[in-house]
Design a protein around this ligand. Structure first.
Ligand SMILES: C[S@@+](CC[C@H](N)C(=O)[O-])C[C@H]1O[C@@H](n2cnc3c(N)ncnc32)[C@H](O)[C@@H]1O
Length: 282
């Protein structure tokens, strides 16, 4: 396990993932009933952009740094940006929230967070960063076991984020397997899988497997910051989301053109479509 998320914190891919996560939390919060949030590969929860790892790559300069103080921001981005602004009250961007901290700050008293991180040092930091919030449990286990270990939840509604490091060749397959396991245990589960995009044709098999998955509905969201012909670098990223809450598709359709323009480093773009559309009843 060599991957450390601090090198990539706040980059364009984090921005896409985190703002969609914030929209999912906002849309799930429209109903009073509690939800559980599960994060199978949670990271440390808080990042120092001036720290050694983040400043060695400076990836956040082409990500969150481009938008955090923007004034012409679509409303749907505000929850996310207000968290980042509140963490950096002196107007200098230094602190950045990971997925656990975003959800911790934006969820409600009745909601519950189950976070998992396998790297021992990152797990220790995650525990430290989440300490004192009794709604949060931190596990130091295997992320791929999370659906089996933690589902079904006692809450009827669940959001599971699957955000592995993609260090190994089989991780796309394992994502699909985890999605199937989660849906097998809770058919209504909202499962969000993040994935990197270098060249789009490398993902053909992943898309095919997703189309055959057990998800009743599956939305695909992708954002490219430059041409996806060259496989050398992270040209974009995507999320597939099972059972997305009503309203998410429409919000993203409004948001993505703005975001693609803000984050473009070359020929950017976006895509939003259904890999599995809801089947008509009967
Ligand atoms: C992309 S980062 C997570 C970032 C985090 N979800 C966020 O958005 O702030 C992936 C994390 O998975 C951890 N990890 C790697 N292999 C794992 C495994 N098999 N099980 C659980 N966690 C793992 C890494 O240590 C790393 O912190």
């Amino acid at each position: 396990m060599n991957y450390r998320h601090a090198f990539h914190a706040g980059n364009h891919a984090d921005v896409l993932k985190h703002l969609i996560l914030c929209r999912l939390i906002a849309l799930l919060s429209r109903k009073e009933a509690p939800f559980a949030y599960l994060d199978s590969h949670a990271g440390v929860g808080l990042y120092d952009l001036a720290g050694d790892q983040a400043s060695r790559t400076g990836e956040w300069l082409e990500g969150i740094a481009r938008l955090w103080q923007a004034e012409d921001v679509p409303d749907q981005l505000l929850d996310y940006l207000e968290v980042v602004r509140a963490m950096n009250p002196d107007g200098v961007l230094r602190h950045y929230p990971g997925s656990p901290e975003l959800v911790r700050l934006l969820s409600r008293e009745q909601d519950r967070l189950q976070l998992n991180e396998k790297h021992p040092e990152d797990g220790r930091l995650l525990k430290e960063n989440m300490a004192g919030d009794r709604r949060v449990a931190v596990h130091l286990g295997e992320g791929w076991h999370v659906p089996r270990a933690l589902l079904p939840t006692r809450e009827k509604r669940v959001l599971l984020l699957i955000d592995p490091p993609f260090e190994k060749a089989d991780e796309l397959e394992r994502c699909v397997q985890s999605l199937n396991e989660a849906i097998g245990r809770m058919r209504q589960a909202v499962v969000a899988i993040w994935y990197p995009i270098k060249a789009l044709d490398q993902l053909k098999r992943f898309y095919r497997d997703l189309e055959k998955s057990a998800a009743p509905k599956l939305l695909r969201v992708e954002l490219y910051v430059q041409s996806t012909d060259e496989a050398q670098r992270l040209n974009g990223s995507g999320l597939v989301i099972s059972n997305p809450p009503w309203g998410l598709e429409e919000e993203l359709r409004q948001l993505l053109p703005w975001l693609a323009e803000r984050l473009a480093q070359g020929q950017g773009g976006w895509r939003l479509d259904w890999l599995i559309e809801e089947k008509a009843p009967g």
